[in-house]
Design a binder for this molecule. Sequence first.
Ligand code: FRU
Length: 495
Amino acid sequence: MMKQNEKYLKATLGVEKLSLSLNSRFYPELHFAAPAGWINDPNGLIYFNDKYHLFYQHYPYSGYRGPMHWGHAISDDLLHWQHLPVALVPGEKDDVHGVYSGSAIEHNDNMVLFYTGHKVVESSDNHCIIKQVQMMATSRDGLNFEKLGVIITPPPHIQHFRDPKVWRDGDIWKMVVGVSEHGIGQVWLYTSTDLVNWQFKQVLLKAKENQGWMWECPDFFQLGDKWVLVVSPMGMAADGFAYNNHFQVGYFVGRMENDQYIVERDFTELDNGLDLYAPQTYAGITDRRIMLSWFSMPESKIPEQEDHWSTCLTFPREITLSENNQLIQKPIAEISQLRKSLTQLEQLSLNDNQLILPVNGKQCELFIEIDLLNTQAERAGVLLAYDPQTHKGVRLYIDKQSKRLYLDRSSTGFGPNGIRSIALPDGEKLSLRILTDKSSCEVFVNGGLSTLSARIYPNYSANHIALYAENGLAKFSGVRCWQLQSIWIKPFPNM
Ligand code: FRU
């Protein structure tokens, strides 16, 4: 049998070797990605010993999903990341088929990780029985981890039981876990005084009709005097413009009263785009709440898999609550450190035509304000990753007749297509803040009251940005575009 540390070395060397054959045509310049191999959810986000740690679901040997490990990286500023050796490798009796998602806390100067051990008990073509338990690992240096084994086993009738998120509440530790019981997604709350012995406390919340058969990746935290529960439900049916992705991500807002979670805002989609899943917020930061998400979705087509890597994380977002309990998401303020040159255009009118902006659109932060009051065009907006030769591009536009804002990637170079939209917010102006990267765009609407995020796969030459108006006049009351520098210090990340 392979010795413990040999397994870790093998995984780290595996990803290093794979990175040598990586094709970087879609590799992000502004978003965290692994050196190579598969990634999904961000895990164990914690500020520990003056560094931001980021762990992630990882398969180090190919761009395709395999038994899950935890990859690891650190940063001083949440922008520039240093890849570190693989932190957790599956293979123990209880995590033999995967070290699934989880979280981190600091205790007595140690970093403590909580994760789900995943095991397939029986599997055939149309039938699969799994066993999931919560497990724990510790580290003094935040680099080498010692697994301490199982801390919570679910009742025997529960199979889907995963993604522990732990935090401290006064003298006790609390943990939320995503569960499916009798086909109903839910979040269970556990408590502990010593991090090792955990007691089931209560069902924190469960799905109502069409809120999913399983709730993955719960996160539960306080913003002001409210409590926000974020979950990633599986199995919600599409309902008009809502819930059109393969799985959903959303949040509830409420208050704690006599230990009960009283919901004030029902399930609200966290992002209205095509690719965002399994968000988690940072532990160890007291003055703001920072969220990272997987910038993809289970079952999505991922063209870069053949390039020996797969997907990235969204740009870190600071989240706050509006007065009516709506989540506001903004790129973290540190983004200003990436800004290089600014192109600014005042007051622009377009009448049934388009204007290519004098910027390189591959890697920028774009602010656009549309004067809704004085725009009569049937459609008006911006073409991202636009190729003037082929006229292909991602369209982000308002549609006057349906009174909606659309993000449409159906006419990009290649890769998956799809269109998503939100109701046009009330108001005389619409502000759009857009982050474009080599294979993604993230749109923050009206200061982050809504977001639309999507992976996109433009041709190499599709590096323009154009404003446009269709059938009538559109007024843009301000356009600013920052060219952003890459987050990778070397031309290409090495470990
Ligand atoms: C969400 C998820 C988690 C699980 C992990 C496995 O994307 O399915 O529920 O822990 O991914 O990789």
